[in-house]
Design a protein around this ligand. Sequence first.
Ligand SMILES: [Zn+2]
Length: 248
Amino acid sequence: MSDLPIELDVLAIFSHPDDVELSVAGTLLKQKSLGYRTGIADMTRGEMGTRGTPEIRAKEALDAAHILKLDIRLNLEQTDGHVCLNEESRTAVVRVIRSHRPRVILTTHWDDPHPDHAATCRIVREAARLATMARYDAEGKQQPVRMPAIAHSVFSRLVVPSFIVDVSDFVEEKMKAIRAHASQFYRPESREPTTRISEKTFLQQIEWRMRYYGSLIGVAAGEPFYVREALNVDDPVALLTRPMNIYS
Ligand SMILES: [Zn+2]
């Protein structure tokens, strides 16, 4: 793994160092198994977190990156709890997109209740567009890119997924990558304050969500995505005859 400007197929841009693992790690593992180059850009170092420190969290993020077999993992060092759409944050993301030229970006959804997550989504959407404009951030001396496709990880029950990725073969590895963020989740010996995500049942609930979304497509585990743009389907027969659940 290096942070040299290698080109990526899939780049996940989320707010905090464990967000990708909790949301789309199964999809990243699956894409890697299919031969794609994958990466993560974390917007912040998670320094507002009740548990852990930025240093501990950086080490955990690196451990998780190895488990996810990432080609790169970057940190944009925005201020945790204060991620907002402004010129500085847009330019930072434009530069990452121009450096690594992802074909697909995975990110949060704009209707997320966490302000950092909602802001990250907006920054990513605007930066993806701006990265195509040659005269935006000309001082960065980078080439513009073709607009990457953006898929938003679905968390709210109010957002209907556009598609669900079958991640049945990657549940164990995903949970291992999540547990690499040991400071954040349940450990009986931890003396740090308990948070919602460090409660014993939280990781179980993450797995139940995967099982639920898997059930909607008739498989053991799934990760849901929303795409704002119309999907261009080449072969509706091939698409629609894949396993589905008529009660979904
Ligand atoms: Zn987060």
